[in-house]
Write a protein that binds this ligand. Structure first.
Ligand code: TYM
Length: 334
């Protein structure tokens, strides 16, 4: 049986989304909604694997929803909802906890990074988080999953879980093996302070990232302060391999101007980084500042945002319930 094409992806509501989320995920979400049926989820159950202040969590769910809409997601085209409102995510996660193997989870590098040096103190939820992610995807039998490169290992685990379920319960092709859709050009936007680390919400310095709600002034300041290189811009990519911060700035600029990295470098060759920074700040202000303004405007009407989530939940629940019925049957649950 051929599973129909369906896109699923999720974003954690853990505060201000940034340029990494935007270029690595949200922009692709928007272009995919033109081609396929898409489901986009604010994954609040994932967020609580690390303690969240309940009031902040509530607001962050709405803020992430506003960010979805402000970047161009259309609730009439895509299903937009929050994870905890469809209880099937948690139910299927339990079933998949029993399919997934401890050895597989032990290999997850993101758990090692997030748990830090004292793993004994990490929540059990953080450890089994990748199983919940597999549940999100498989609950809808999604075939395509747009994500940044940092989620690749989790996607591979989702495929392993799907494959083992299909084999254990003797139902070939029941779950499709979800395909990651990772941008070839900019799969990992790096920190503006340390080009070896990904841009992230959790890095302490706000100067390490461009937030979607940064003002033009803040964008200018952050790009001016961004680490680059004291030499002028070289003529070929190879010379930038040992200069990750400089390469990151050029890559972001080439993505925003929709030009190839090679072309951007040849245009910039011999110029100072101050020139690139000026152009980059302009490009960012053109693209990001209107999104930030729109997020702020949308947040003024919280009941509108809640309504979008409610309608999305109704649509998502229909698909989830239908699939869950078949999943329970395969497992032998009455
Ligand atoms: P999260 O909330 O950390 O990030 C949301 C999306 O943004 C991408 N991303 C980046 N891309 C490029 N450069 C960066 N610096 C950068 N930082 C973040 C992430 O790859 C992601 O696509 N576990 C997921 C959420 C999730 C999910 C799912 C995703 C839960 N269930 C099912 C897909 C399918 C996460 O924590 O993403």
């Amino acid at each position: 049986m051929e599973n129909k094409k369906l896109v699923f992806s999720g974003v954690q509501p853990t505060g201000n989304l940034h340029l990494g989320n935007y270029l690595g995920a949200l922009k692709n979400f928007v272009s995919l909604q033109k081609e396929m049926e898409c489901i986009y989820c604010v994954v609040d159950l994932h967020a609580i694997t690390i303690f969240q202040n309940p009031k902040h969590l509530h607001n962050n769910v709405l803020e992430t929803t506003a960010s979805f809409i402000a970047t161009g997601l259309d609730p009439n085209k895509s299903i937009i909802f929050n994870q905890s409102s469809v209880s099937g995510h948690a139910e299927l996660a339990w079933i998949l906890n029993c399919v997934s193997r401890i050895g597989w989870l032990n290999r997850m590098t993101q758990f090692k990074d997030k748990a830090g040096s004292d793993k004994e103190k990490a929540s059990v939820g953080l450890y089994i988080y990748p199983n919940l992610m597999a549940s999100d995807i498989l609950l809808y039998k999604a075939t395509h999953v747009p994500v940044g490169a940092d989620q690749k290992q989790h996607l591979e685990l989702s495929r392993d879980i799907a494959q083992k379920f299909n084999k254990d319960f003797n139902c070939k092709d029941f779950f499709p093996l979800p395909e990651p859709l990772i941008s070839k050009k900019i799969s990992r936007v790096m920190s503006l302070r340390d080009g070896t680390k990904k841009m992230s919400k959790s890095e302490e310095s706000d100067y390490s990232r461009i937030n979607l709600q940064d003002t033009a002034d803040e964008i200018n300041k952050k790009i001016k302060k961004a680490k680059s290189d004291s030499n002028s811009i070289p003529g070929e990519i190879k010379s930038l391999e040992k200069k990750p911060e400089a390469l990151n700035l050029i890559t972001i600029y080439s993505e925003l101007t929709q030009s190839s990295l090679e072309k951007t470098i040849s245009e910039m060759a011999g110029k100072e980084y101050s020139y690139l920074k000026k152009r980059l700040a302009e490009a960012l202000i053109d693209e990001i500042a209107p999104v930030g303004k729109e997020i702020k405007k949308l947040l003024e009407d919280k009941s509108h945002l809640k309504n979008i989530l409610k309608k999305g939940t109704e649509k998502a629940s229909i698909i989830a319930e239908e699939n869950l019925k078949n999943i329970r049957e395969k497992v032998g649950l009455i």
